[in-house]
Design a binder for this molecule. Structure first.
Ligand code: ATP
Ligand code: MG
Length: 571
């Protein structure tokens, strides 16, 4: 491939619409172009990088015993009605009608379609386990498409689904997929962690997310530096931090707190720590207004709260001041649990606190020395708060660390959720009709490319890991008008091709400075320069993009040296 003929529209400046580095570099280096919000065209380099990731995914999935299929992207509503998700999936599901006014959607995921496939075609335990996957464009009408390939509305996903006859079998399949995922992300050159993830209403620890560690990640992950514990913030637990020593419970005391509404302001005024106050937040859950209690210095983790309420976090939000006043008769800032006539959800740590401060349900007043179970009883109590970096690991007691991660993969033991809903059964070895035990396994293929750039770049551009770089070598012909140099560059280019080493020849009639800059920007792992030194002493320079190391070689040694360097980098 010749640079002069390829569509690689590099840009000098950072595009203003891009916030994160991978988005900036993918645009600047001519890998992608935006069509509309969250939809991108993959240009030759972008598509080549995606194909590399796909190939690694394919090899590892096949090795783990999965089979590739390709399901339709357009899915009939009937199946989603059968699973019950037509009503609950919300606005991310792009729905439309065909010419006969029948409802359809663009597939954001394929549990329904694959379960339908299984119920029609797998009838006996003898055909189990079965593990099917596809690599396909998915559509999700994301509320906030952003960061380029990181959160698109249209993006490429590998989605896999397994069917097992027994629970043990399903767990074995799950473990196989976990191993395959470790291999895939290692081969992609990513630094990542598998973390315990929220598995919604299903429970158990049968969900892991694969997180690429990067500042720009949208997820917060909690990691123990001393043991193997790692979890998504949505799921993370920690030791209780409140002391529950036998303390004398004091009499409630009403105190005037004129105009003091915010936690810190109330605490300063009363000269107490935020950990000695219990705040009362108000949420609207579907159509109901509820109160949520937690220690003043803690924050609600919405997913945990949604889980103990048995709803989706999309169905709840913080109430506004008017809704708070209408539901409680008290202006926000002075709310407390005593005498409140709405459902009360308390974080588990409130139970171990004593003699704390709460709002008095009266403007300008708070109460001191309040105690749960003596003065009020919550409707529900449980772990609903976010872990902080001051908290300690439940397993080993070390102080936990919080870091940011980009979710590139997610594996999930589904159980019989979909097979029961869609009546997808097989005959077990006793001849009994049994629902399949399912698992599902996703990888954000296009997101992997963005995540790799977040981890591998410098101020000049991308530094692609060798395994997923669009091509391995870029040959720069620094003087296309010089016959000798051009011939040497052409020869190296041809010899690399003969060795099946993917290469682009920069044959453009441009200044060397432009070629060097573009080479750094597009981030091809090895750059071979044929220029003045070749005319002078017949040498060629090979430069490794990852660390800038250069090698001065004769043309005869160049090909084998580069081949060796590539081999080493991929080992
Ligand atoms: P997120 O929490 O980031 O929205 P998700 O939990 O909705 O992800 P899954 O349904 O598990 O994601 O999808 C499988 C994989 O697809 C994810 O691990 C992620 O890598 C990728 N993915 C999900 N949504 C997007 C998107 N909008 N753009 C690009 N990749 C995505
Ligand atoms: Mg999502």
């Amino acid at each position: 491939m010749r640079f002069s003929q390829l569509l690689i529209p590099t840009l000098k400046e950072d595009p203003s619409e891009a916030e994160v580095i991978s988005h900036k570099l993918l645009l600047r280096a001519g890998y992608i172009r935006k069509l509309t919000s969250g939809s991108y065209t993959y240009l030759p380099l972008g598509l080549a990088a995606i194909r590399k990731v796909e190939q690694i995914v394919r090899e590892e999935m096949n090795l783990a015993g999965a089979q590739e299929i390709l399901m339709p992207m357009v899915q009939p509503a009937d199946l989603w009605q059968e699973s019950g998700r037509w009503q609950v999936y919300g606005k991310e599901l792009l729905r439309f009608q065909d010419r006969h006014n029948r409802d359809f959607c663009l597939g954001p995921t394929h549990e329904e379609v694959v379960t339908d496939l299984a119920r029609m075609n797998i009838h006996s335990y003898k055909h189990l386990p079965m593990n099917l996957y596809q690599i396909q464009t998915k559509y999700r009408d994301e509320a906030r498409p952003r960061f380029g390939l990181m959160r698109g509305r249209e993006f490429i996903m590998k989605d896999g689904y397994s069917f097992d006859a027994t629970d043990q079998g399903a767990e074995l399949t799950y473990e196989k997929m976990k191993t395959a995922y470790h291999r895939i992300f290692n081969r992609c050159g990513l630094s990542f962690r598998a973390v315990d993830a929220d598995s919604g209403s299903i429970g158990g620890s049968f969900s892991h997310e694969f997180m690429v560690l990067a500042e720009t990640g949208e997820d917060t992950i909690v990691v123990c530096p001393s043991c193997s514990y790692a979890a998504n913030m949505e799921k993370a637990t920690c030791q209780m931090s409140s002391a529950s020593d036998a303390i004398t419970l004091k009499e409630i005391e009403k105190v005037e707190t004129p105009g003091k509404r915010k936690v810190q302001v109330v605490c300063d005024f009363l000269n107490i720590k935020a950990s000695e106050l219990v705040k009362t937040l108000v949420y609207v859950v579907k159509d109901e207004v509820i109160a949520v209690l937690l220690r003043g210095d803690h924050e609600v983790e919405d997913i945990k709260l949604a889980n103990i309420l048995g709803i989706s976090d999309e169905d709840m939000r913080l109430a506004d001041d008017k809704e708070i006043f209408d539901a409680t008769g008290t202006p926000s800032g002075y709310l407390g649990p005593i005498g409140l006539k709405i459902r009360l959800v308390a974080d588990q740590e409130v139970a171990s606190m004593s003699n704390f401060v709460v709002g008095a349900n009266e403007k300008n007043f708070h109460l001191r020395n309040v105690n749960m179970n003596r003065d009020f009883t919550p409707t529900i109590s449980g772990d609903i708060r976010k872990v902080t970096s001051r908290d300690r690991c439940l397993a080993c007691g070390s102080e936990l660390e919080l870091t940011k991660g980009i979710e590139v993969g997610h594996i999930f033991k589904l159980g019989t959720k979909y097979s029961t809903a869609l009546k997808a059964t097989f005959l077990d070895d006793q001849g009994a009709e049994t629902p399949f035990i399912m698992g599902c396994y996703g990888i954000g293929v296009s997101r992997v490319v963005a995540a790799a750039i977040e981890q591998h770049h410098d101020k000049d551009g991308i530094k692609f890991p060798v395994a997923i770089a669009p091509v391995k070598v870029l040959v720069l012909n620094l003087s296309p008008k010089d016959l000798e140099i051009s011939q040497a560059a052409e020869e190296i280019y041809e010899n690399l091709r003969k060795e099946n080493i993917e290469v682009i020849l920069d044959d453009r009639d441009e200044r060397p400075g432009i070629k060097f800059n573009d080479a750094d920007l597009i981030g091809i792992p090895f750059r071979i320069t044929v220029g003045k030194s070749f005319s002078k002493d017949g040498t060629i320079e090979v430069r490794r993009r990852s660390d800038g190391e250069t090698f001065t070689l004769s043309p005869a040694d160049t090909i084998s040296t580069v081949a060796d360097l590539i081999k080493k980098a991929m080992a």
